[in-house]
Design a protein around this ligand. Structure first.
Ligand SMILES: [Zn+2]
Length: 480
C-alpha cells in the first residue's frame, strides 16, 4: 500500500521532516486556472527532501483555454522539478469558473477541456493524471477518453470508488505528523510512479521523463534534456566540447539541439535512444538525417578525437552503416563505462571554470532554491529552532507568510481597541499619526539633513515630510 497526501496553499506544515516515513508520494497544487494566484508550490522542495515522491496538480478553471492553462502548469512543474508523479489535472466545481457535469453541454465541455489539456502534457512529455470525485468520474467516464497511460485519481470520502482508478483520495480530514490541521489523504495499491517497462535500443529504460533533467551545456546558454547520471553527463560533456571545438550550438536561441524525446511503443519497433535521454542531436538543420559530408574534414577529425576521449561510449550517427545521421550522437555502453570515461575527461565540468568554482556556484543556487535531491543539501539552521534547516527561498516564504499574519493581527487589534474605547479605528489611527508628526518628524529631518548635508536642508525636509506621510498612510486600518 502506497500512502500519499496532497497539499495546497491552505495547508500549513510546521515540520516537513516529521512527514518522513508517513508519505510515499505527495501532489502539490502548483498552478490555478485563475492566472497568477498563489497556490502553494513552496511545499514541493521540502516534501521531496523529507522523502516523498513529488508531483504537481493544476486546479483548472473554465474561463481560459486548456492549452494556455496546461502550458502554465508544465512551466511550473519544470521550474519546481515536480515530475516524479504524473502531472494531475484537477477538474471540479468551484465558486469561480468551476466545472459542472449536470447537463449534456457541461459534460461535453469538461470532457473536451480535459482531453485538450492532457494532450499538451503529452506534447511536453509529461506523464498524465486526472483528479475527479467519483460523481464526476461516473458522468465524464475519462477511461473512455482514449488518453494513453492516463492515471485516474478519484475522490470518495466514504468508501473505495467503484469506478476505475489507480489512486484513491479517501479523506479530506486526515492528519499527518508535522502538518497543522486537516490534510487530504490518498492511497494506491501500486507504486504507480514507477514506469519502467519501455527500454531504448541501447538497453536504457525509456519513456520516463523522471529519469531525465534539463541540463545546461557547459560554455553555452543552451539547455538540453538528458538522462540523469553518467550517460547523460557524458553527452553533456561531449556537447560542450563540440560547441567549443567543432561548431557553436548556441545559435541565437534557435531550438535545433534535441535530447530526450518520448516515443510511442509500436509492435516490434525498437525505441530510439532519445526515448531514454541517451542520444543528442546537435545543430539538426545543418546536418539533416540522410545527408553525408555536412562537416569539414577538420571537424570530423575533432569529432573522432572527442569520441576517442569518451572511450567508445558514444557512437556518431555519421558512422551508421545504413542511413547516416550526422546530427546524432548516442550512448552505446552501460553506466559504469560512462562513469569511467567521464572521470577520464575530467568529470564533465566546464573548461572555463575550475571544479571548486563550479561547486561553489552550484551551492549558491541550491541555497537559494533548495532544488537539490533529498538529503544532499541541508540548508541553513533556523536561529529560532536550530534543529530545522531552511533554504533562502524557504526563509523568504516564511517571512512573507508571517508578515501577512502580523498585518492582519494588527488590524484586528486596532479594531478591538477602538471598540473597547468607544472610538473608531480611524480615530486611533489619527492619534497615532499625530504622535508620529510630533515625535518622529524632527528626528527624521535631522537624519535626512545629516545624509544630504546642510546645503540641502530644504530638500531634506521635503523628503522627511514625504516619508512621514507614507508612514501615516500605512497606519490607516484597511479591513476593520
Ligand atoms: Zn537523433
Amino acid at each position: 500500500m502506497a500512502r500519499g497526501a496532497d497539499f495546497s496553499r491552505w495547508n500549513e506544515v510546521d515540520d516537513y521532516e516529521a512527514t518522513a516515513g508517513a508519505l510515499d508520494f505527495a501532489w502539490v497544487k502548483v498552478s490555478d486556472g485563475i492566472s497568477g494566484r498563489n497556490v502553494g508550490p513552496w511545499h514541493v522542495a521540502p516534501l521531496r527532501r523529507a522523502g516523498a515522491r513529488t508531483g504537481g496538480y493544476h486546479f483548472a478553471r473554465t474561463h481560459r483555454t486548456p492549452e494556455v492553462q496546461a502550458r502554465e502548469f508544465v512551466a511550473e512543474l519544470e521550474r519546481l522539478d515536480a515530475l516524479e508523479l504524473p502531472g494531475a489535472l484537477d477538474l471540479e466545481e468551484a465558486a469561480e469558473h468551476g466545472f459542472r457535469v449536470d447537463t449534456a453541454a457541461s459534460r461535453a465541455f469538461a470532457r473536451d477541456f480535459g482531453i485538450r489539456f492532457l494532450r499538451v502534457l503529452s506534447e511536453c512529455r509529461v506523464r498524465r493524471a486526472l483528479y475527479v470525485n467519483e460523481y464526476f468520474a461516473t458522468q465524464l467516464r475519462p477511461w473512455e477518453w482514449g488518453v494513453p497511460g492516463l492515471l485516474l485519481w478519484v475522490a470518495n470520502y466514504s468508501r473505495r470508488p467503484s469506478v476505475p482508478h489507480t489512486v484513491w483520495q479517501r479523506s479530506k480530514t486526515g492528519r499527518l505528523p508535522g502538518v497543522v490541521g486537516d490534510v487530504d489523504l490518498n492511497e494506491s495499491t501500486t507504486d504507480f510512479w514507477r514506469i519502467t517497462v519501455a527500454v531504448s535500443q541501447n538497453g536504457y529504460t525509456a519513456n520516463d521523463i523522471t529519469f531525465t533533467e534539463n541540463t545546461l551545456i557547459p560554455g553555452t546558454e543552451r539547455k538540453i534534456r538528458l538522462r540523469k547520471g553518467p550517460a547523460g553527463e557524458l553527452l553533456r560533456w561531449f556537447a560542450g566540447r563540440f560547441d567549443a571545438l567543432v561548431e557553436t550550438i548556441d545559435n541565437d536561441g534557435e531550438l535545433d539541439d534535441w535530447g530526450y524525446a518520448e516515443r510511442p511503443i509500436r509492435g516490434g519497433t525498437e525505441l530510439s535512444n532519445h526515448a531514454s535521454g541517451t542520444a543528442i542531436d546537435l545543430n539538426a538543420p545543418e546536418h539533416p538525417l540522410g545527408a553525408v559530408g555536412t562537416f569539414t574534414a577538420a571537424q570530423v577529425r575533432t569529432i573522432r578525437s572527442l569520441l576517442d576521449q569518451a572511450q567508445g561510449c558514444i557512437r556518431w550517427g555519421g558512422d551508421y552503416v545504413g542511413r547516416k545521421d550526422e546530427m546524432h550522437f548516442e550512448i552505446v555502453k552501460n553506466e559504469a563505462a560512462c562513469e569511467k570515461a567521464l572521470a577520464a575527461v575530467g568529470g564533465g565540468g566546464d573548461e572555463d571554470m575550475q571544479a571548486d568554482e563550479r561547486a561553489a556556484l552550484f551551492d549558491i543556487r541550491e541555497q537559494m532554491t533548495g532544488s537539490r535531491k533529498p538529503g544532499e543539501y541541508p540548508g541553513w539552521a533556523s536561529k529560532a529552532n536550530p534543529s530545522k534547516k531552511y533554504t533562502a527561498t524557504d526563509f523568504a516564504r516564511w517571512a512573507d507568510y508571517h508578515a501577512f499574519k502580523a498585518h492582519m493581527k494588527a488590524n484586528e487589534t486596532l479594531a478591538l481597541l477602538a471598540k473597547q474605547a468607544g472610538v473608531t479605528a480611524e480615530d486611533i489611527a489619527k492619534a497615532l499619526r499625530a504622535g508620529l508628526v510630533a515625535d518622529v518628524l524632527p528626528v527624521l529631518q535631522e537624519v535626512v539633513v545629516d545624509a544630504l548635508g546642510a546645503d540641502n536642508a530644504g530638500q531634506a525636509e521635503a523628503i522627511a515630510d514625504l516619508a512621514l506621510a507614507k508612514l501615516g498612510a500605512a497606519l490607516t486600518p484597511e479591513e476593520v
